[in-house]
Design a protein around this ligand. Structure first.
Ligand code: ASP
Length: 340
């Protein structure tokens, strides 16, 4: 097994001279692993300090490079990989790895909310649990997972929901796919991996995608500046099931004729609707004007997918198909709605 460290709270300590300056990422994968002797009983590990940063400084090119390293390890016979990083962006990085690593072998992302200088740091327990899941045969074929606070979450659904609680990670739409009890991972239900969708992204070449959120009374004037600002696409987190004020519709239609515009919901759970409401600015109205439905992907995850699709050269049809494929990954064939 390989553990890649990227920084974050799990790796953050003070410089030892004074507590006044706050903690910063300093510990690498080897130090993190050595602090948890129980890990040796689970797996033989290679420890790789891949980045040392706050997770808001990670970029998609970093993740493309990490996915290449992970893929190389899997080709060399490594059974599973654990990634430690800051929690602030785990919901995006884990989904990017889900899309970029085309393997059935487990990739598990974890971190910590309480840094090692505090009472009751959660990093060691989270790391041990992540290694236990990555070593488990039941984790094969599940796609990228986030293991945190003794729960197992699918990268497609998980979100950070609290600024400081160790129970910050939640999957509002589906719940955790499993948990860890007495060191044993229990997988309660299986989501098929996304590995069937091939993405080939050159390191360094990721077109910029904007993310905007609808808000009551906002005139959405930024929509009119997206193309001129050099963005290659837009993800719009609309109200509820996918709704915007009626007066925003012309600007969105105009933009959708030039760039992929993806319609997500700002609610953080469920799916954008497709065929319920008919008022101006409703989901039916917006989809009929060329917006692409994000399905169950929230705005941040939809932005990761759109970025990767544009980086791999997909056109608008390719973008549409890929959003459908990711959403269909959790439909059982015999329960899928009939094609219209
Ligand atoms: N608060 C963050 C963390 O949990 C900092 C970061 O994301 O790097 O690690």
């Amino acid at each position: 097994m390989t553990v890649f460290s990227l920084g974050g709270t799990i790796a953050s300590t003070s410089d030892g001279r004074s507590a006044a300056g706050g903690v910063t990422p300093r510990l690498g994968a080897r130090e993190l692993v050595e602090a948890v002797p129980q890990i040796q009983e689970v797996a033989e590990l290679e420890a790789v300090a891949f980045r040392q940063t706050a997770s808001g400084d990670l970029t998609l090119p970093d993740l493309v490079a990490l996915a290449a390293e992970i893929t190389r390890r899997f080709e060399q016979g490594v059974h599973g990989v654990v990634v430690t990083q800051g929690t602030d962006t785990i919901e995006e990085t884990s989904f990017a790895l889900d899309l970029l690593v085309a393997s059935d072998r487990p990739v598990v992302v974890t971190g910590a909310m309480r840094n090692p200088t505090l009472a009751g740091p959660d990093g060691p327990a989270n790391l041990l649990a992540a290694v236990q899941v990555a070593a488990a045969p039941s984790a094969v074929g599940l796609g990228t997972l986030v293991v945190f606070n003794d729960e197992v979450h699918a990268a497609r659904f998980v979100r950070k929901t609290h600024t400081s609680s160790p129970a910050t990670f939640r999957s509002v739409t589906v719940g955790p796919v499993g948990w860890i009890v007495e060191g044993r991972p229990r997988i309660a239900f299986r989501l098929p991996a996304l590995a069937g969708v091939p993405y080939r992204v050159a390191e360094g070449a990721v077109p910029p995608v904007a993310l905007l959120t609808s808000a009551l009374g906002d005139d959405s004037r930024l929509v009119g500046h997206v193309a001129a600002s050099g963005y290659s696409g837009l993800v719009l987190e609309a109200f509820g099931g996918g709704h915007v004020p009626a007066h925003v519709v012309p600007a969105l239609e105009e933009l959708a004729a030039r760039l992929p515009v993806v319609l997500a919901s700002r609610t953080g759970g469920g799916e954008v609707l497709r065929q319920t409401y008919g008022f101006p600015g409703s989901e039916r109205d917006l989809l009929s004007r060329g917006l692409v439905p994000a399905g169950f992907l929230d705005g941040r995850k939809a932005r990761i997918l759109l970025s990767i699709l544009l980086a791999s050269g997909r056109d608008l049809d390719g973008v549409r198909t890929a959003f459908d494929e990711v959403n269909d990954s959790v439909s059982l064939p015999d329960t899928a709605p009939a094609a219209r």
